[in-house]
Ligand binder design. Structure first.
Ligand SMILES: [Mg+2]
Length: 270
């Protein structure tokens, strides 16, 4: 103020402009997932390709999609294991809410969305699983939604036409907060079932490793290259996933830093 007075300035300086909002990297992916005919076609491609393999899978007693079992499994009931989020249920409206609210993933808002039980089905999923169930296949929903979210999820799945939703043993949700591993839950299933197909939107729905980097993730895909489209089926999810965690080295930087790291991770072939 002393300086201002000396300069004879009658007014205080204007406030600095508001900081620009941090970049949102999830908008285009959400537009693709929710509005594109291509996303719809990709999902149908996955589930109809699976439908074309199902009889072969059921007839061969050594056929398994689970790394947790092998040998002659003919005495076991056939099963299909599906992940829930972005594999059989479309949660893109939750992503849209976050975009419009300037928010990110948050346990409380996610729980509220799950409780609404109004996610739509991923195209082709309910039809395929209903056909499989009619052929004697037990469907297991192996999800990292928490155990407390089973009831709302069963209600949601039933409302959009999924089979086996009245059977509580078909739901193997995340037993404890930190336990995201699905291997232990599949190990339980293979005691009584031959898992003929796995469906997911995340590499870890099929095979797990501890924070693998990008090269290790690609190697996990290549280790079982012949299984994709035959017994492992991946529904594209560009909105979120461990692919992004790997780019961010499993840290949780703020949005601006995350944006920088994603751009830095790209290859322009120059
Ligand atoms: Mg998922």
């Amino acid at each position: 103020m002393v300086v201002l007075a000396l300069l004879g300035c009658p007014k205080p300086p204007p406030p600095p402009p508001a900081a620009a909002p941090p970049p949102r990297d999830d908008v285009l992916a959400t537009v693709w997932s929710q509005t594109s005919a291509e996303a719809h076609a990709a999902a149908l491609t996955v589930y109809q390709a699976a439908g074309a393999q199902l009889d072969r899978a059921l007839e061969d007693p050594t056929w398994t999609a689970s790394l947790e079992q092998s040998g002659d499994l003919g005495a076991l009931t056939p099963a299909i294991v599906v992940d829930v989020d972005e594999t059989v249920l479309d949660n893109s409206p939750y992503q849209v809410r976050n975009i419009r609210d300037g928010a990110g993933y948050d346990k409380a808002t996610w729980a509220a969305w799950v409780d609404e039980a109004k996610a739509r089905a991923i195209p082709g999923a309910a039809e395929f699983l209903t056909e499989a169930a009619a052929k004697g296949v037990d469907v297991f929903y192996v999800s990292n939604r928490s155990v407390g979210q089973e009831e709302a999820t069963r209600k949601n799945l039933a409302a959009v036409g999924f089979p086996d939703t009245a059977d509580t043993t078909a739901f193997l949700f995340r037993p404890t907060e930190g336990d995201k591993s699905k291997t232990a839950r599949r190990t339980k299933i293979v005691e009584t079932h031959r898992i003929v197909m796995l469906f997911g939107d995340n590499l870890f729905d099929f095979v797990e490793a501890e924070k693998p980097d990008r090269a290790a993730r690609t190697a996990l895909v290549e280790d079982h290259a012949g299984w994709w489209g035959e017994r492992w089926f991946l529904v594209p999810n560009p909105m979120y996933g461990s692919w992004d965690d790997a780019v961010l080295q499993y840290a949780h930087p703020d949005p601006a830093k995350a944006h920088q790291e994603r751009v830095h991770a790209l290859d322009d072939a120059r």
